[in-house]
Ligand binder design. Structure first.
Ligand SMILES: Cc1ncc(C[n+]2csc(CCOP(=O)(O)OP(=O)(O)O)c2C)c(N)n1
Ligand code: SF4
Length: 471
C-alpha cells in the first residue's frame, strides 16, 4: 500500500513556458529559497480552493518571473510598488484574493513607504516578504536587511552601523501598527522550519479569505549566489547570520471578533460597496439628470486663473454629486503660485465606478480665461460643450463640431454684489443647461464647507443668476 504525500499543486503550471529556458526547471539558482516558497504558496492556494480568484502582484527582483510558475492571475508591479498595486486590485475586485510577493530590496528599500502605508491602512491583502539579506537579482548589493559586518558589493568592508545603520526588522516595525491582522516570520532551513513556513503561508491566506485584514509572512530565505556559498552551506548561513538578527516569531494574529478587527465587518463591507460595479442605489432617489439616468456621465474640465474659485467650483460640483449618491472624482492641477497662476481641475460624476479621475478628452469645458479656451477647447470631444466666461474672454475656438455657450459670468456676479461668485454663476448656467445635479446639493455642500450664512446667500443668488442667463 502507498499513498501520494507530495504532488504538484494545481496552482503550479505543468511546464514553465519561459523564453529560451528548460521547461521543467525554474530560473532560480540551485539552493535558492524562492522556488520553495512558490511551492508552499501554490499548495495553499490549491488546498484553500481559491486558485480561480487569486491574483499575484509580482515584484522586481529574482522572483520577477513568478508568473511563469503560478497558474493564477498575475500582475507585474514596478520595483517596490506591489502593496500599492495590490491595494488597487483588491479595492476594485474585493472578492479576489490578492497577494504581493516581494524581496527585501523591493519591500524594505525602494518600497519602504508602500508597505508601511498598506499595512497601516489594514488593506485586506497578503504580502510574502522574502528576506535573503541581499539584492539577489542585481548581483549582491547591500539590502536594508543585510546583517552587520556582512560583505556585499556595496559594503566591501562589511556593513557598518556607522555608515549603513542597523538591519531593518520589518515584522517588528509593522507589528507596532494597529491595523495589521497577521504577521509572522519563518525560515526556509530544515524540514521542521519548512513545515512552519507552510503553516504560516496558509494562515496568512486564510486571514484574507476571512476578511480579517492585512497579513504578512516574512520568510528568511537562501541566496547562495549572492552570499557566495554552496546551496548546502546556504541553509546554515540563514541559521548563523540571519536568524540571530531576525528572530522567528508569530508577531500578531487577530481573529474576527477580537478588539480592533475592523475589515471583515463594517469597513470591509464598505470597501466592497464603494468599489462595486453596480450603479449607486442612492442615486436613484434624486431627480437630477445623472442620478435619474437621463444624463450618462459628466467628464469636465474647469479652468482659469488661480483665485477665480476654479478648484472650489469643481469641489462643489463633485460634492453635490456625492450628496446625490453618485460616484465622483475631482483632481486639481495648478501652478506653484496659488493666486494669479493658471488653475484647472478634472471633475467626473457617474452612476458607475470611475476607473480613472484623469480626463484627456472632456465632454464639457468651462473656461474662465483666454488660455483655457485655447488649450482645453482643443481637447473637447466632438459634440462637447464649451462654456466661456464671456465677460473676460474674447477668443472663440474655430471648431464647428462643438457647442459654445457664452455666459457673462463676471458681469452677473457683480450684479449679485460679489465678482468672486462668477464661478457659481457658471455652475448655475451649467445646471440650467444639463440638470446634472440639483442646486440644493451644491448649496448643501457649500454649507458643509462651513460657509457663512451671508456668503451662502450670495452663492445661492449667483446660482440663480446663472440659471436666469440661460433661460
Ligand atoms: C526603479 C528601479 N530601481 C532599481 C532597479 C534595479 N533592481 C532590479 S532588482 C533589484 C533588487 C532586488 O532585490 P530584492 O528585492 O532583495 O530581491 P531578490 O532579487 O533578492 O529576490 C534592483 C535594485 C529596478 N529594476 N527598478
Ligand atoms: S541570485 Fe539569489 S535570490 Fe536570486 S535566484 Fe539566485 S539564489 Fe535566488
Amino acid at each position: 500500500m502507498w499513498e501520494i504525500s507530495h504532488s504538484k499543486p494545481e496552482a503550479f503550471y505543468d511546464r514553465f513556458d519561459r523564453k529560451g529556458g528548460d521547461l521543467e526547471v525554474t530560473h532560480y539558482c540551485p539552493g535558492c529559497g524562492h522556488g520553495v516558497l512558490h511551492k508552499l504558496i501554490a499548495e495553499a492556494i490549491t488546498d484553500l480552493g481559491i486558485q480561480d480568484r487569486t491574483i499575484l502582484v509580482n515584484p522586481v527582483g529574482c522572483s520577477v518571473f513568478a508568473y511563469y510558475y503560478l497558474d493564477i492571475g498575475n500582475v507585474q508591479a514596478a520595483h517596490g510598488r506591489a502593496p500599492a498595486v495590490a491595494t488597487g486590485i483588491k479595492r476594485v475586485r474585493p472578492n479576489s484574493i490578492v497577494l504581493a510577493y516581494q524581496g527585501d530590496g523591493d519591500l524594505a528599500a525602494i518600497g519602504g513607504n508602500e508597505i508601511l502605508h498598506a499595512a497601516n491602512r489594514g488593506e485586506n491583502i497578503t504580502v510574502f516578504f522574502v528576506n535573503n539579506g541581499i539584492y539577489g537579482m542585481t548581483g549582491g548589493q547591500m539590502a536594508p536587511t543585510t546583517p552587520v559586518g556582512e560583505r556585499t558589493t556595496t559594503s566591501p568592508r562589511g556593513r557598518s552601523i556607522a555608515n549603513e545603520g542597523y538591519p531593518m526588522r520589518i515584522c517588528e516595525l509593522l507589528s507596532t501598527l494597529e491595523a495589521p491582522a497577521y504577521i509572522e516570520r519563518v525560515a526556509l532551513t530544515d524540514a521542521k522550519h519548512h513545515m512552519k513556513a507552510r503553516k504560516a503561508v496558509r494562515r496568512a491566506l486564510q486571514c484574507q479569505v476571512e476578511g480579517r485584514g492585512f497579513s504578512l509572512v516574512e520568510v528568511l530565505s537562501t541566496c547562495p549566489t549572492g552570499w557566495k556559498v554552496s546551496p548546502e552551506e546556504a541553509t546554515h548561513w540563514v541559521e548563523k547570520h540571519l536568524m540571530p538578527q531576525f528572530p522567528l516569531k508569530l508577531f500578531k494574529e487577530r481573529k474576527n471578533g477580537d478588539a480592533g478587527a475592523p475589515v471583515a465587518t463594517e469597513a470591509g463591507a464598505a470597501k466592497g460597496a464603494w468599489h462595486g460595479e453596480a450603479p449607486v442605489e442612492a442615486a436613484r432617489a434624486s431627480k437630477a439628470a445623472i442620478a435619474s439616468g437621463e444624463l450618462e456621465d459628466v467628464s469636465m474640465k474647469i479652468s482659469g486663473f488661480g483665485g477665480q474659485g476654479i478648484l472650489f467650483s469643481g469641489i462643489a460640483l463633485a460634492e453635490a454629486g456625492m450628496r446625490e449618491g453618485l460616484h465622483v472624482s475631482w483632481i486639481p492641477s495648478y501652478g506653484p503660485e496659488m493666486r494669479g497662476g493658471t488653475a484647472h481641475c478634472h471633475v467626473k460624476l457617474s452612476r458607475h465606478s470611475i476607473a480613472s479621475p484623469l480626463i484627456n478628452r472632456p465632454s464639457t469645458v468651462i473656461a474662465f480665461n483666454e488660455p483655457s479656451v485655447e488649450k482645453f477647447g482643443a481637447e473637447l470631444l466632438p459634440g462637447g460643450m464649451l462654456m466661456v466666461n464671456s465677460s473676460m474672454v474674447a477668443t472663440r475656438p474655430a471648431r464647428t463640431d462643438i457647442r459654445i455657450v457664452e455666459v457673462p459670468a463676471t458681469d452677473a456676479a457683480e450684479e449679485v454684489g460679489n465678482p468672486k461668485v462668477a464661478n457659481m454663476v457658471m455652475l448655475g448656467a451649467y445646471i440650467q443647461l444639463t440638470r446634472a445635479v440639483d442646486d440644493e446639493s451644491i448649496l448643501s455642500s457649500l454649507s458643509a464647507h462651513g460657509m457663512r450664512p451671508d456668503l451662502l446667500e450670495v452663492n445661492r443668488k449667483a446660482l440663480q443668476a446663472g440659471r436666469a442667463l440661460i433661460r
